[in-house]
Design a protein. Structure first.
Length: 322
């Protein structure tokens, strides 16, 4: 199957599973689909489904407050069932804050630092796994960080490695309610398809969050995940999409040459209490961000250090306004 001229989307539904709200992500082929077009869901070949089941078994073994809870998969149509995070992705939340004063007013520095620490703790859990091996995310970015109703951030595990197949449980009792949003998929369903058809390329990856050594064709590592997290810290700082509408190839050349995202003066940064966070707090945040996206992988901190520094910065954050 050739993927070059085909677009894949995750049609995401809010569903009910024995009275609990869940997200059901169905892989659909073609243009953006409406909720009535579920018949275009892919029928996956046996080798692809076997790989999906193997990765689903690993996902099912992950249990952490800051990793999205994976519930199961279904074969027909091919879909993944996870916990539902009511506030959507961090990317969507920051986009809303740019245009909605009520959302913006809730993104204090204390909240932003807590959200960053949540994501870092989730990544520390993945990197600290010992069996079968530490988990390298490979696709850490704000669209893959989900925010629940209580503002807790959870990492969605977009994995690309194959592991030994274990038992995998299909999920009965699901009733679809409504489509949440059709999105071009970066989730691991599409990555499994890419891997199986040998069509993965730089063009298939989003370079906004990609570490320079991975851009050069190197393997993803814990350090490349930390680089991606540094870009997420910039997003929490500015509420902007990294590199805006930049041409991907120009972006790659810029990063490979050591270029990074611009940081605006404090009076140009968003947030209800950014001025009060200035000085040592903001300087510490910027220093951590720049360490995370250092050009040399060995100069980047591990997530244990990132968590410690974010928690230290929380002590410098202005108190929440009542």
């Amino acid at each position: 199957m050739c993927l070059t001229d085909v677009t894949y989307f995750l049609q995401v539904y809010l569903a009910s599973w024995f009275g609990t709200e869940v997200a059901v992500k169905i892989l659909i082929v073609g243009h953006v689909a409406s909720a009535s077009e579920a018949q275009r869901a892919l029928s996956l070949s046996a080798p692809i489904m076997q790989k999906l089941e193997a990765e689903a078994s690993l996902l099912a073994s992950l249990r952490h407050p800051h990793v999205v809870n994976f519930l199961g998969i279904c074969h027909e149509p091919p879909c993944i069932v996870t916990e539902f995070c009511a506030r959507g992705s961090l990317c969507d939340l920051l986009a809303a804050a740019r245009s909605d004063p009520e959302v913006a007013a809730q993104l204090s520095w204390r909240r932003r630092l807590t959200m960053a620490a949540d994501a870092a703790v989730g990544m520390l859990y993945l990197h600290s796994r010992s069996s079968p091996a530490p988990i390298i995310h490979r696709d850490l970015k704000s669209p893959n960080l989900l925010v629940d109703a209580n503002w807790s951030v959870k990492v969605t595990a977009a994995l690309r490695e194959s592991f030994a197949r274990r038992s995998c449980v299909a999920i009965p009792g699901i009733a679809l309610h409504r489509c949440i949003n059709p999105v071009p998929t970066d989730f691991n369903l599409s990555k499994i398809l890419e891997d199986t058809t040998h069509s993965t390329s730089m063009a298939a990856m989003n370079p906004r969050w990609l570490a320079p050594e991975v851009m050069r064709g190197g393997r993803a590592t814990k350090a490349s995940d930390v680089y991606s997290f540094g870009i997420v810290l910039w997003e929490l700082l500015t509420w902007q999409l990294p590199f805006g509408p930049a041409n991907p190839w120009h972006l790659v050349a810029h990063v490979l040459a050591g270029g990074r995202l611009d940081v605006h003066p404090i009076d140009a940064l968003p947030g209800p209490d950014t001025a009060a966070f200035g000085g040592g707090g903001l300087e510490g945040y910027l220093a951590l961000m720049r360490c995370c996206w250092a050009q040399a992988p060995e100069q980047r901190p591990g997530f244990q250090q990132v968590v410690q520094e974010l928690r230290a910065l929380l002590k410098l954050a202005p108190p929440e306004q009542q």
